[in-house]
Design a binder for this molecule. Structure first.
Ligand code: OGA
Ligand code: NI
Length: 361
């Protein structure tokens, strides 16, 4: 795909992308189709994004029951919620954002050490989604790395900035314990008990960190940081320094739904329901479709921590949720199955992993 300036996606490969070079214009291969609506149809009513005080999970039985109910309704209506009073110290959050920012500020030579478009690499630096292969390019630079168990991966992480490993490592550990607590509440809300997945997630569960950087974009009305997609994880926990994340809120009464900008309130963490919790709930909870819009002046950093079962551990619909009237609606699949899907498919064209799992009646 070349335009009249002779620019195709492939000339904006990692290391040479418009966003890494701070081009003063948006090349055509970054222009998203109107159906992706980078800017309009936005509902700026922040009130409607559910916010849950997660500390009550450790309170009395009544308090815990209350949280579980709020969580269940947020998962059904949005596939998304924010958590407050999560117990992670503000310094740990600030430090992780700071070292992430520091990494992206390093000279190109330093970052290039991690360049890879192998989706199986445990640490990789790249741009867009699949770098130069996507039909449309996205205004994103990212470092992806495995994070659990920490001792197995941390020696592969960047050594620059010098505090990267320590500060990002601390954040990853804290977020991981939070993810186990939230997953326990999710399985409990489905009537499966809080330990239904805990040993599988605790022992071999995967934690993948997507450390994202969205540099200022000269025209945020034509390009996106990420196209509409859902995450393959069980849940994703996200920390951001600025707004930019938008979630798609399906109307409860049918109809088309609308995009909602997620507010940024210091210290609040965002939780996305991923494809594997949609499977776990047999479709009661929907994985949230979300996208990233851009900022003309500021660099946006987000840390997305994706939590799932082990590499080859299959998520399937629990037999407890299935009966004659309510058959299983999804096939089983693993994280590895998702990676194979990612290699073959173009997420920027709206292909979704969850769609490949649906059992048609
Ligand atoms: C992701 C993602 C959102 C963001 O990495 O999958 O959706 O705000 N990130 O960066
Ligand atoms: Ni995502």
């Amino acid at each position: 795909m070349e335009n009249e300036k002779g620019e195709s996606s492939s000339i904006f490969k990692m290391g040479n992308s418009a966003q890494e070079r701070s081009l003063p214009y948006v090349p055509d291969c970054y222009a998203v189709p109107p159906s992706y609506e980078p800017r309009d149809a936005l509902d700026s009513n922040f009130e409607i994004v559910p916010t849950i005080d997660i500390s009550r999970l450790k309170g009395s039985d009544d308090e815990r029951r209350g949280v579980i109910q709020e969580l269940s309704s947020a998962c059904q209506l949005f596939g998304f919620f924010q958590v407050v009073n999560h117990g992670i110290n503000q310094n740990i959050l600030d430090d992780a954002l700071e070292v992430a920012h520091g990494f992206f500020e390093l000279p190109a030579k330093e970052k290039k050490k991690f360049m890879s478009n192998d989706v199986y690499a445990p640490v990789r630096y790249t741009t867009s989604i699949k770098d130069g292969l996507d039909k449309i390019q996205f205004w994103r630079i990212f470092l992806k790395h495995y994070a659990h168990p920490l001792h197995r991966w941390i020696h592969l992480w960047p050594q620059n900035p010098p505090e990267y490993r320590e500060k990002m490592g601390k954040f990853c550990e804290e977020v991981r314990s939070l993810s186990l607590e939230i997953m326990g509440a999710i399985t409990e809300s489905l009537g499966l008990g809080r330990d239904y997945l805990s040993s599988r997630m605790d022992k071999n569960g995967m934690q993948v960190m997507a450390v994202n950087c969205y540099p200022p974009c000269p025209d945020p009305t034509t390009a996106l940081g990420l196209p509409p997609h859902s995450d393959y994880s069980c849940i994703t926990i996200l920390l951001q320094n600025l707004t930019g994340l938008e979630i798609f809120h399906l109307s409860a009464h049918g109809g088309s739904g609308r995009w909602v900008l997620v507010p940024e309130v210091k210290g609040v963490l965002k939780v996305h329901i991923g494809d594997h919790v949609e499977v776990l709930s047999n479709g009661l909870y929907n994985s949230v479709i979300h996208k990233v819009t851009l900022n003309e002046e500021k660099t946006r950093i987000s840390l997305a921590s994706l939590h799932s079962l082990g590499m080859d551990d299959k998520m399937s619909v629990p037999y407890q949720l299935v009966n004659n009237e309510n058959p299983a609606r999804y096939r089983e699949s693993s994280f590895n199955d998702f990676l194979a899907f990612l290699v073959k498919n173009d997420i920027s064209q709206g292909e979704r992993f969850i769609d490949t799992l649906r059992i048609k009646d």
